[in-house]
Design a protein around this ligand. Structure first.
Ligand SMILES: Cc1cc2nc3c(=O)[nH]c(=O)nc-3n(C[C@H](O)[C@H](O)[C@H](O)COP(=O)(O)OP(=O)(O)OC[C@H]3O[C@@H](n4cnc5c(N)ncnc54)[C@H](O)[C@@H]3O)c2cc1C
Length: 396
């Protein structure tokens, strides 16, 4: 494919944020080019793939206007439907609450989203890396050769190490960003509860973070962990922690002892919310590039797509002369800003506890399953807040 020299909107990155932004920009009348460096969209997968049902997302983000394909997607994208979530404390006590959703095949889902954008008239170039962004000029290099393309607006949906954010002065300063470093395996022959998500805590296995076992249908599971490197033992790698969890955890170890490991995936999850500014006069950032993540559970697909819709609509309105692009910043915060900020606040509160298994056991004992669900969703019930602050104070 040979791109044109000029588009209204160029979207860098065809993940959930980018494809959604591209679709809505095109639907609102813009000519749109969507670029991704991957040769196969969604692959390698860097996600455990859990997506709550629309009703759960709406309860978590009551002010959000959900894009269509966050609510409606084909069954072929679903690996497993989910009914419950379990939290396993460092001392192995278990709490469970109801949650409705699906573990998605991210490869299929990302491709489905890009396809819907293309049906709306978006031009898609895969295996095309954006190498430079200057003003509204984008330089690309890839399977279709080298190109210099101009747009009126650039949307950076290029993930946690966003080139667009760096080029536009929208990223966090070095040292300001907090991330989970994540590693996960796809495993077969797991003794698994097929409709339950499991999250495990405990410093011996997951310092400053949590491990998970997410069912992927039949006897398959996604088994992974996200840790905070500054809280880890010196000299112990993320891979060593994950292997330790798989071999030695009293509950998980039993489920995984006959596992056949098919695939290993690494990634990072930004967990300190969005930077102060997410838009300039000609560019904006969205999804992981903008820290659109619920920091308590690492859920990034819903906020990426909700903000993606706002990004696409705002870019198209800007191109048509109807608004300033900077209005995007205010518009997405109205819909999901509160939930993201509160989730960061809860994660920081939990940071004080998570360093100590004793405190974490006490905290998880104190919190009821219903309250856990509320916290997972980035909200902090008053009673829990008071209890956690008291435990934190006792620690100091
Ligand atoms: C291990 C792990 C497990 C997770 N599990 C879950 C989960 O269960 N549920 C959930 O909701 N979230 C989960 N997340 C978070 C979720 O994956 C992300 O929040 C989500 O993918 C964000 O979408 P995005 O479109 O912003 O970014 P991405 O999906 O990262 O897409 C960015 C795209 O930009 C492209 N790109 C980057 N740079 C360039 C460039 N220079 N030129 C061209 N293309 C470029 C990339 O190839 C990529 O396709 C997890 C994350 C990790 C790491």
């Amino acid at each position: 494919m040979i791109p044109k020299d000029y588009y209204d909107v160029i979207v860098v990155g065809a993940g959930p944020a980018g494809s959604t932004a591209a679709l809505y920009a095109a639907e609102h009348g813009s000519s749109v080019l969507l670029l991704d460096k991957k040769k196969e969209l969604g692959s390698p997968i860097q996600c455990a793939g859990f997506l709550p049902d629309a009703s759960e997302i709406q309860a978590l983000l009551p002010d959000a206007k959900l894009p269509n394909y966050l609510k409606n997607y084909p069954c072929s994208c679903v690996l497993q439907r989910i009914k419950t979530q379990r939290i396993i404390s460092p001392n192995c006590s278990v709490k469970e609450f109801a949650v409705r959703g699906a573990v998605l095949d991210r490869r299929r889902y990302d491709q489905f989203l890009a396809e819907q954008a293309a049906k709306e008239g978006v031009e898609l170039m895969i295996k095309t890396c954006v190498t430079k962004v200057e003003g509204t000029t984008v330089e690309t290099k890839g399977i279709y050769g080298k190109h210099v393309i101009i747009a009126k607006a650039i949307i950076g949906a290029d993930g946690p190490n966003s080139l667009v954010a760096k080029s536009k002065g929208l990223s966090f300063k070095p040292g300001e960003r907090e991330t989970y470093v994540a590693l996960e395996y796809q495993v077969r022959n797991v003794d698994i509860d097929p409709d339950s998500l499991e999250m495990y805590f405990g410093n011996n296995f997951v310092p400053g973070g949590y491990a998970w076992i997410f069912p992927e249908g039949e006897d398959r599971a996604n088994v992974g962990l996200g840790i905070r490197i500054r809280m880890a033992e010196k000299g112990v790698s993320v891979k060593e922690y994950l292997n330790r969890f798989i071999q030695d955890h009293p509950i998980a170890g039993q489920k995984l002892k006959n596992g056949v490991f098919l695939n290993v995936i690494a990634g990072i999850i930004p967990v300190n919310g969005a930077p102060k500014r997410t838009a300039t006069e000609d560019s904006l950032i969205v999804g992981d590039a903008a820290g659109h993540i619920i920091a308590t559970n690492g859920g990034g697909i819903p906020p990426a797509m909700i903000a993606g819709k706002v990004a696409g609509e705002t870019a198209a309105e800007f191109v048509a002369g109807g608004c300033r692009l900077e209005e995007y910043d205010h518009r997405w915060r109205i819909q999901i800003g509160n939930a993201i900020e509160t989730s960061v606040h809860i994660r920081r509160l939990m940071d004080g506890l998570i360093k100590s298994d004793t405190l974490m056991n006490a905290a998880l004992k104190l919190i009821s399953p219903d309250q856990m669900k509320i916290m997972q969703c980035g909200k902090l019930p008053d009673l829990v807040k008071i209890g956690l602050q008291a435990i934190n104070r006792r620690q100091k």
